[in-house]
Design a protein around this ligand. Sequence first.
Ligand code: GDP
Length: 530
Amino acid sequence: MKTDPHTAKETAKRRTFAIISHPDAGKTTLTEKLLLFGGAIQQAGAVKSRKTERKATSDFLSIEQERGISVSSSVMKFNYKGFEINLLDTPGHKDFSEDTYRVLTAVDCAVMIIDSARGVEPQTRKLMEVCRMRNTPIITFINKLDREGMEPLDLFADIEEKLQIECTPITWPIGMGKRFRGVYHLDTKQLGLFSPGYSPRDGDGVVIDNLDDPILDRELGEQARELRDDVDLIQGAADPFDMDYYLKGSQTPVFFGSAINNFGVREMLDSFVQMAPPPGVRQTLTREVKPEEPGFSGFTFKIQANMDPAHRDRIAFFRICSGKFKRGMKVRHHRIGKDVIISNATIFMAQERSNVDEAFPGDIIGIHNHGTIKIGDTFTEKEELKFTGIPSFAPEHFRRVILKNPMKTKALQKGLTQLAEEGTIQVFRPRINNDYIMGAVGVLQFDVTMARLKAEYGVDAGSEPVDLSVARWITCDNEEMKKKFINQNAGSIAVDSEGWVAFLTTSEYQLGFAMEAWPDIQFHKTREYN
Ligand code: GDP
């Protein structure tokens, strides 16, 4: 059965994406320009780079207050050319955490920003690895062309080598740094001329019939010949855009520009709304869910503690996968097997949050709760389903919890369990002792955990470094073999908060050693939530 025509129409308009980049590549700047084009904000400077606001701090209140500011920008909604676009924030810098990875499981496509001088950087690599898990389509924006950078073809080679994705140019830059003159759109044959602070409107850009057009020489002088040579070269050498290949995440269309100068952004956004796929099919334990199905369904991918610690108030970020959400609707909370009424859902706008009456596949709603919702939880209107592919990611930083008051062991256990369910931190219990080992993808999470343990659970705890840097969840088809592995590696075995067995070790080298010695054991970088 199909959904009603209104829901189908709304769904077809949704584009839900995230930006992947390394800190300082220009994510904040580009986000702001996109929101300006979308009319979601009125002036530049409205989206603050959070790195300047936020310091690493263990002071609970300041973390929470700053987080209060950031909640509303976790999802930014804007409208462009009839499309309803949801941009999900991927926190970077000090905020970098598992959430940054997990957000990528809730989008249908991603825009990758590369700094033209720096090429592919480590954080981009890591985020790309996550995109690969679902073969998320990637659109690339090469930024900072107003500065001296790498040659375009060298950037392509860098991306292709480090990220294993083929590049296909949609626009092509004319010079760079002081000689940057603009971008040439290879399809529309529009020439966008650059001047610092440029603010293009629709219809801007010089249209030329072909590259021999004398306008080119008039506008570009000697650089006209360079452009002709470049275009000759790439049309012979570069792979043509292939929609199927791109939708499978095997090829990325590439745009060039300068976000700070608002240049090349419009070209990218115009193509984005055409190329970015509408909400797609999602996998559950039992079957695929199509967005056009009539029954409401979706999953939680992020939990944010609210401002007031006394109330244990939480917002669960929920991605709608099918059907229509209506305020006050009754849905099934799969994990706890209960029906709940969602009366108080919030939809996120760029600058404010507002109550929603209805929302559609691709939209993100925020559901208020008091700790009953966990990451990965599924809500459905009719059938019982459990969405998969919203995993926990192997931590890269570890610390041992030091409890200052032994009377508080129970409270510590409760607090750590709940914080693990919210995805704030991961908690491992080693097989050979009673330690609590915290694992995180970004180190700020340790401070957040300690501060929240104190404020919400009354537990005064500290932490100390441990000699660990790699974790993998292990499985094996052969139970006997698994037992043998666990016994022979007892010092490196721990169980996480959901009962999954993990192998913790000091280095990738040690991991490689174990993998070689135990070919029947599978070592996983992710695990699903129960
Ligand atoms: P984020 O860390 O990825 O969010 O990066 P920001 O958007 O905060 O940008 C990092 C720095 O690069 C800031 O100082 C920006 O002003 C600067 N920047 C962003 N886009 C451009 C650009 O197109 N050209 C130049 N020269 N600088 C840029």
